[in-house]
Every structure is written in C-alpha cells, then in structure tokens.
Write a protein that binds this ligand. Structure first.
Ligand code: EPZ
Length: 422
C-alpha cells in the first residue's frame, strides 16, 4: 500500500488546475444506459472511481472507451446484455446504485446489489426505492439485492416528494423519468451543481426537463433519447480542497476553472476566517500572508449550504485557527474519523455525536496518520502542509478515488509532498 509523505515547506505559490467533477461524472456515465446512441464525456477526471463505473457499465454490456489519457469517455450501450449490478462491484462504490433508474427506464427491470455500509455511514437506499416506486417500479429486497421491475414495461410519470433532498435519489428519479410515459415532478429535489450538470447533458440527449438547481424538477417523458457529447463540470470539492492549501500553508494559489457559484457557502466561511479569496478571469485566487486564521462555526447542509464533502478539509484549517470552532455534521452519521488522526498531530478536538469542537493550537506536529475515507485522507495531507516535521499518511488508495495527480498538483505550487510505496 502506498503512503504520502508531507513536510511543511513554507508558503505556496502558483496555479492548480481543477479537474472535472467525480460526482458529476459518476451520474453522467450511467446516463449512457438511457440511449442506444453514443454518449461522449469530455473533461472527465482520471480517478479509480471512474474506472470502477466503467467496469460496471461494461459488465452490463455497454462499451466504454477511455481516450486522450482518460479525459474523454466514449460510451455506447447499444447492446445491453446483463441487467444485474454485482455486489463485488457495488460494494466498492455506492454510486453504482445510479444504474438503477436508467436500467428501469431503458429495460423495464434491474437487479442491483445493496451497496452495504461504508466508513462514513449506513447509507441506505430507501429514498431511491420510494422515488422509483412512485414512477411505477416494483422493488423487492432479496439476498442483498434490489430486484426491480416495471409492470407493463414502461415507467409512468408521477409527482413525488422526498423526505430528504438526497443527491443520488434525485439523480435516479430524474434519469428514470426522462423515458417515463407522461409528466413527473420531484419535490424537495437536491440542488447540487452535479445534478444541474446531469440535466444539461440529458437535455442535449433530448430530454425535456425544467427546474434543475431548484428543489422542484419537472420532467416530460419522451419515447427515446439520442446520443450527445458533454463536458463534465469542474469539481467543486477538489476546488475547495486546494483552496485550503494556501489558507493553511500561507502564500497565494490560483485554482484554475473554479467559480464562486459552485461553493459560495464555503467561500463565505473562508472570508469569515480571514482568508483573502477572489475570483479571477482564470478561476479563484486564495491568499494568506501571515495573518491569523479566525475560528468559525460550520454546519454542513444540502446545497447551497456548506458541503459535507469539505467538512474534513475545513477542520484541518481550523486546527490552527485563533479560538474555538464548532463543526456540525448533519448529512452523515460518522464523518469525523479524521479527528482522531488530526489529534495525533496535536490538534485539540472534542467530538460529541454530530458536533466537533476544535480549539486552535499554534502549530501541528507531523506524525504517522491513517486515511480512513476519501475526504478524511486529504484533510490529513492539508494539515501536514503547515505541520512541524514530517507527516506520513498511509492507505492513500482512498485518495486515488477522488484526487487525480495530487502530488504533482501540490508539488507544482511548492509543497513538499512525495508518494512512497510500502
Ligand atoms: C452524494 O452521495 C455524493 N456522492 C457524496 O460524495 C456526498 O457526500 C453526498 O452526495 C452528499 O452531498 C456522489 O455523488 C457519487 P445522499 P449520495 O443520497 O447520493 C441518507 C464524496 O466524498 N440517505 O444525498 O449517496 C444518507 O445515508 C462522496 O465524494 C438515506 O437515508 O448522498 C446520507 O446520510 C461521499 N436514504 C444522506 O442521506 C437514501 O435512500 C445524504 O445522502 C439515500 C441517502
């Protein structure tokens, strides 16, 4: 297993290119199942999760070609020959459940393994199930698999209100409804930019959808969808992660391709913490020259609130803020596993249930630490950028799921970061 060594190396300086969004690409790829014609994605991120989704789609009979060093994904599901998403793939990546809606819409049936829990929570599927059942799907849970079928072969448009604005359930509902007979309305829909990007792509394929980005999305079902070519939207979570690098280590870094509207709540919190953040013609520039980081309180919420996927990274910065910060995690039930690892580096964190109280210390000290999940792993690397001495982050396979070329990107702005094989 690989580890990453990080050594505090003073202020950073330069530019970091931001890749296409993992969480947009993971819902855009299953959309190929909705049409017999080719769907091509550009600006795709080079990540292990994308490879996992490619493997899953291929197991269903789709063709997925990764071109131009992985930046282009040329897909075609003209010949679907399997409607089962196996446990051995789904257990590795929950987003595999996003083939459920498209398979029901295209083929009228699907067998998808339950993902099982993961490090950050139980991650049930009830919201996906009730949303798809509202469109006429019959879904039974048997031997760890969801067995879904559509009586009469075609989904029927419906009005459905979700009890919680689930990102994945919104994506499954919207994709399924594009081919349903009649009109569908999803209330309390999730508003994340990745959903907006999915709708932009579906519209290019001929879908009739309105309201993306709001909590009410209306879909007029059509009989078939065409192919399309679509650029994956920039990754707001990778963007926020790298914006924190100069905030923690000092210096000035410009994140190329970033836009405030993708993460305004996060930008506002950086401003409150005393960090200089501005939009440039190329992206977002972040500067910290010397001044203290101010303690701030953070509460994770659905979009457009503060994103749960940036909570661990924000905590890494607040470990050396002046004062006490309270971070409340409202989306997942177990997303503070980075806290004990940060405490090994000298952080002063008190976790009670869904809230972590962080009392700032002058400086962290490098230490051997363990990555536990994707965003926790990168928060440890961020913390190491300003720690005294060397930090060794092990089990960095978690990182490869969501951060392409991390060592190159941070080294290019002056960080002392190195990947070593054990
Ligand atoms: C998406 O997961 C993202 N993944 C997650 O990013 C992100 O943290 C999450 O949205 C919230 O923003 C992808 O897009 C591939 P949810 P998703 O359904 O769709 C509960 C990362 O680090 N819930 O909005 O699975 C669930 O347990 C990953 O890139 C139910 O109770 O998120 C969780 O507590 C991590 N029943 C909350 O809702 C359901 O049927 C949010 O889940 C579905 C979800």
């Amino acid at each position: 297993m690989d580890s990453i060594l990080v050594r505090g190396n003073g202020p950073l300086n330069g530019q970091i290119p931001i890749a296409g969004a993992k969480n947009a690409c993971l819902t855009l790829m299953p959309a190929t199942l909705l049409s017999e014609e080719p769907l091509t994605l550009t600006n795709a991120p080079r990540l292990s999760d994308i490879k996992t989704m490619s493997t899953l789609l291929a197991s269903l009979g789709a063709e997925v070609s990764s071109l131009n060093d992985g930046l282009v994904l040329a897909m075609s599901s003209h010949d679907l020959n399997n409607l089962t998403a196996d446990y051995d793939i789904v257990r590795k990546m929950r987003a595999s459940n996003l083939v459920l809606g498209p398979l029901l819409a295209r083929a009228g049936q699907a067998v998808v393994s339950l993902p099982g829990g993961c490090a950050i929570g139980a991650r049930p599927m009830d919201l996906h199930i009730s949303a798809l059942e509202s469109l006429g799907a019959e879904i039974d849970l048997r031997d760890g698999y969801l067995h879904a079928k559509v009586a009469g072969g075609r989904l029927k448009g419906a009005v459905h209100e979700m009890r919680f604005a689930s990102v994945g359930a919104t994506e499954n509902f919207v994709m399924a409804a594009t081919l349903a007979k009649g009109t569908s309305v999803l209330k309390n829909a999730a508003r994340e930019p990745e959903i907006v990007d999915l709708v932009h792509c579906l519209r290019k394929m001929g879908a009739q959808i309105d309201g993306e980005g709001t909590s009410e999305i209306t879909i007029q079902g059509v009989d078939r969808l065409n192919g399309a070519t679509h650029p994956v939207v920039v990754d707001r979570i990778e963007l926020g992660t790298y914006m924190l690098a100069p905030a923690i280590a000092g210096g000035t870094v410009e994140c190329l391709g970033g836009r405030f509207d993708l993460l305004q709540a996060f930008v506002d919190k950086l401003h409150d913490a005393g960090i200089d953040v501005s939009e440039t013609e190329n992206g977002i520039r972040v500067t910290r020259t010397g001044g203290d980081i101010h303690a701030v309180d953070v509460k994770t919420e659905v979009f457009p609130g503060f994103p749960t996927d940036l909570q661990a990274q924000m905590m890494a910065m607040l470990c050396t803020a002046k004062g006490v910060s309270n971070l409340e995690e409202t989306i997942f039930e177990n997303r503070f596993m980075h806290a004990p690892e940060l405490m090994r580096m000298g952080a002063n964190i008190d976790v009670h249930g869904g809230t972590a109280k962080v009392t700032g210390v002058a400086k962290l000290k490098g230490a051997p630490v363990m990555a536990t999940d994707l965003r926790a792993s990168v928060s440890l690397i961020l913390a190491g950028l300003a720690a005294e001495g060397e930090t060794k982050v092990s089990r960095v396979y978690h990182l490869d799921r969501g951060y392409e070329k991390l060592v190159e990107k941070l080294s290019a702005v002056g960080a002392h970061v190195e990947r070593v094989s054990e």
